[in-house]
Design a protein around this ligand. Structure first.
Ligand code: CUA
Length: 321
């Protein structure tokens, strides 16, 4: 029982956790709806219970008095819901405006997010680099995000950082993102988008300005060429085995390859496969050995690599810090 309450406490604490003004508004709106609905529930329950107890069979024999039509009651039950719905409408519109303030003139950096089956492409056009699945943002600053899709409808949602928004093919949606404090925030694709929808997680890392700037600098660097012979062999294989047709590694001339995630700084990211596995030697190895066993339906083919080839590629990829 103690465990149950602990889980419930944890659940409620996380459900309302907020690190952004947008999420604060959503929480406020939720509490407002919740309180009003609880009041309505209490009134209806009280009326039903009164009816059940006061007019129960056995107390008064025979048919009760039959009533058809009552103007006063009919007006009351039309006017009260009308007022409630108007209130809900008013507050919803008000908070929607507050959450999505016009930002075009603010000159803030825009981040371009492109949802793919099943990973997130992240582009920082002003800063000139690409990454995947892990979004870094400076804490305490408003940023504008452009949300797009490369294939089907997906949905961006990081609950602690405000509302969700669909990624729709052929359309650009905008959302502002802001984190009051530094920290890590988890999210997930929230629109069913195929077999691996559940494995399309998001990690947002909000950082202090200095830390963020040094992250940006490290991401802007082109990938270092490996110095050891195994790594060099991996680099060669990366080009020969057509990995380069789908994955970009900056400095290798594959800038147009956007079918799979950008791997320029793969090892600087915590996870691979959109949050599915930690970025470890073992996990990259098993992914290369049998991608379809791990993420069935993903566009990554099995290249039938032998052990030496896998070791070389993993060494190269691990060196991409
Ligand atoms: Cu992408 Cu669900």
């Amino acid at each position: 029982m103690g465990r149950f309450f602990e889980t419930l406490r944890h659940f409620i604490a996380n459900m309302f956790a907020s690190s952004s003004p947008g999420e604060d508004y959503i929480n406020k709106l939720f509490y407002f709806f919740l309180i009003l609905c609880v009041v309505i529930l209490a009134v209806v329950l009280a009326m039903v219970l009164t009816g059940v107890i006061r007019f129960r069979a056995g107390k008064r024999p025979g048919e009760p008095e039959q009533i058809t039509g009552n103007r006063v009651i009919e007006i009351v039950w039309t006017v009260i819901p009308f007022i409630l719905v108007t209130l809900f409408f008013f507050f919803t519109i008000r908070y929607m405006r507050a959450i999505n303030q016009p930002m075009a003139a603010s000159g803030e950096d825009t981040i371009r997010i492109i949802a793919h089956q099943w990973w997130w492409e992240m582009q920082y056009p002003k800063l000139g680099f690409y990454t995947a699945n892990e979004l870094h943002i400076p804490a305490g600053q408003n940023l504008l995000m452009k949300i797009e899709s490369a294939d089907v409808i997906h949905d961006w949602w990081v609950p602690q950082l405000g509302p969700k928004i669909d990624a729709i093919p052929g359309r650009i949606n905008f959302i502002s993102i802001h984190s009051r404090n530094p920290g890590e925030f988890r999210g997930a694709c929230s629109e069913y988008c195929g077999a691996q929808h559940a494995h399309m997680l998001i990690l947002v890392v909000a950082q202090e300005k200095d830390e963020y700037n040094s992250w940006v600098k490290s991401q802007q660097k082109v990938a270092e060429l490996p110095s050891d012979s195994t790594g060099k062999k991996g680099y060669q294989l990366f080009n020969e085995k057509a990995c380069i047709k789908c994955h970009n590694i900056s400095g290798t001339g594959s800038e147009e390859a956007r079918v799979g995630p950008d791997l320029t700084h793969l090892s600087s990211r915590k996870t691979i496969l959109s949050g599915m596995m930690l970025t470890t030697k073992e996990n990259i190895t098993s992914w290369l050995n049998n991608p379809q066993k791990i993420k069935e339906g993903a566009h990554m083919p099995d290249f039938m690599l032998n052990t030496d080839e896998t070791t070389a590629l993993v060494t190269y990829l691990e060196g991409l810090k």
